[in-house]
Design a protein around this ligand. Structure first.
Ligand SMILES: Cc1cc2nc3c(=O)[nH]c(=O)nc-3n(C[C@H](O)[C@H](O)[C@H](O)COP(=O)(O)OP(=O)(O)OC[C@H]3O[C@@H](n4cnc5c(N)ncnc54)[C@H](O)[C@@H]3O)c2cc1C
Length: 463
């Protein structure tokens, strides 16, 4: 396994990665993106085990509901790169299980790859979302044929791919790009039905980074995003050669969607478990700021917080149900329940803006305008700022100001804006979650219930 130091050194591998118009010489040493590398390096040190052949505890495949719960809880405490590596491994194993019957050789290739990557202690990021061009057209019908990643050449020993995958979390910080189709494909789309693993430093891979990281020198006013931030990568495959042993799907259009669905399950489980904590934090902020404002007993404030805590509880219940109702595959791996995962993630994503609306309504304008920590420390105005930010003898001005900073950072500034869009889009938009929920919902049970209630039992099983 690698230590944090080994990991940082491993990123100096000739990768071509950019930020704000400049090529980055060494991502580990970049003043802003290097901070994300530092968080990931701490993850390496945390899970380091010198025993030969050891596999990081965060990569272990769960084999029961209890083990799945342990992994979910563990992953709430790790950095995003560590988390997406686990989600990628679980996606690959889920896909291997699902293609086994049609492509046993490819399933074996996937499992061998997973074994190798676990032992080499590499980090994987998930490249699924294509640039997509005109959304109403299929990949092979686009004006520009490169809007979905495709095979442009088949050679002895491998394929050459071209295209771009967008919004890829932590792409520049990992070692391997898990590159899979973004959706189901139809006959005619064969060149787009490509799933493969690409090293970040493969010739032709170019990554443009964006980040919500605060750009202020004094990050004390950004208590959340100033501590941890992860850039997204705009990953371009400019004719990249991929050797055959790294190709898991090539041309089988009928199996393309299966990779996207496998990733969706693990991405949405991660999204759902993240929301469980975030929803509690939103309730906590609403309660704390209402207390600091002296309004916690006022009826309309209590009602809003009650509505918030009901959503927080429903999101938590969905996660519980997804874990408890997990399915065990033929390989003995525990996969969360699709319906509870998707319905729970949908419920949380759809209600994020409502939670934030209530919090902003309860909190007041100082969410945006509370003075900075340095202002509170200023010898001329600091004591006055603290005096007027205080609301009573029991509520210290600095305490209340810091609460406002956290609320702004989490919900109303660069990271807050990132959160608002990400809750909805990451892991596929709301529509994708509705489709998968629909696929797994028991309509027969619903129809039976309706027919029984209507005293029409003779139609049960016939309509
Ligand atoms: C912060 C962040 C991190 C992310 N991380 C990753 C990552 O690590 N890896 C990764 O692969 N992706 C990642 N994503 C991408 C995410 O999965 C996509 O943003 C999401 O799937 C939506 O795709 P899109 O952005 O292309 O939007 P669009 O597909 O353009 O969707 C916009 C809207 O149009 C609708 N729509 C699109 N096409 C159709 C159609 N044919 N018919 C009907 N309606 C349609 C959608 O339902 C949606 O409502 C991330 C996104 C964000 C914001």
């Amino acid at each position: 396994m690698m230590t944090g130091k080994d990991y940082k050194a491993s990123l100096d591998d000739g990768r071509e990665t950019y930020f704000e118009g400049e090529q980055i010489a060494n991502v580990a040493e970049h003043p802003l993106l290097g901070q994300t590398v530092e968080s990931a390096a701490k993850g390496y040190d945390r899970f380091y085990d010198p025993t030969p052949g050891a596999v990081g505890a965060f990569m272990k495949v769960p084999d029961s509901a209890a083990a799945l719960r342990e992994q979910v809880e563990l992953h709430e405490t790790v950095d995003l790169l560590t988390h997406v590596t686990y989600a990628s491994i679980m996606t690959l194993l889920t896909a291997a299980d699902r293609i086994e019957a049609d492509l046993p050789e490819n399933a074996a290739r996937i499992r061998a790859y997973v074994d190798q990557v676990q032992k080499a202690d590499l980090r994987i990021t998930q490249c699924i979302t294509d640039s997509k061009g005109d959304r109403s057209k299929r990949p092979s019908q686009q004006d520009d044929p490169d809007h979905y990643v495709r095979v442009v050449e088949r050679r002895d020993g491998g394929v050459v791919i071209r295209g771009a995958k967008l919004h890829i979390s932590a792409a520049s910080m990992g070692h391997e790009l898990m590159t899979i189709p973004t959706k189901s494909m139809k006959p005619g789309d064969e060149d787009y039905a490509i799933a493969c693993m690409v090293p970040v430093n493969a010739p032709g891979v170019k990554i443009i980074n964006t980040t919500y990281a605060p750009r202020h020198e004094d990050t004390r006013d950004f208590p959340i995003s100033g501590q941890h931030h992860t850039p997204e990568g705009f990953v371009i495959f400019d004719d990249v050669f991929v050797p055959s042993e790294r190709v898991f799907l090539d041309g089988q259009v009928e199996l393309a969607g299966l990779f996207a669905h496998s990733l969706g399950l693990w991405e949405r489980l991660g999204g759902l478990s993240g929301m469980v904590n975030s929803f509690d934090a939103l309730v906590g902020f609403a309660q704390l700021i209402s207390e600091a404002n002296g309004l916690e007993r006022v009826a309309h404030i209590r009602e809003k917080i009650s509505e918030m805590l009901i959503h927080a509880t429903l999101v938590r219940s969905s996660l519980e149900a997804a874990i408890e109702n997990c399915q065990i595959t033929s390989d003995g791996a525990a996969f969360p329940d699709e319906l509870y995962t998707n319905a729970g993630k949908y419920h949380g994503a759809a209600n994020w803006s409502l939670m934030v609306r209530h919090l902003h309504d309860i909190g007041g304008g100082a969410i945006l305008t509370a003075p900075g920590i340095a202002d509170l420390e200023n010898e001329h105005v600091g004591h006055l700022a603290r005096k007027y930010m205080s609301t009573s003898q029991a509520v210290d001005g600095q305490y209340r100001t810091r609460l406002f900073h956290a609320i702004r950072d989490f919900t109303a500034d660069a990271y807050g804006g990132w959160n608002a869009v990400t809750q909805i889009q990451a892991g596929g938009g709301l529509y994708a979650q509705r489709i998968v929920s629909r696929l797994h919902y028991d309509f027969e049970r619903a129809k039976r219930a309706a027919l029984e209630l209507a005293r029409m039992p003779e139609y049960i099983g016939k309509v």
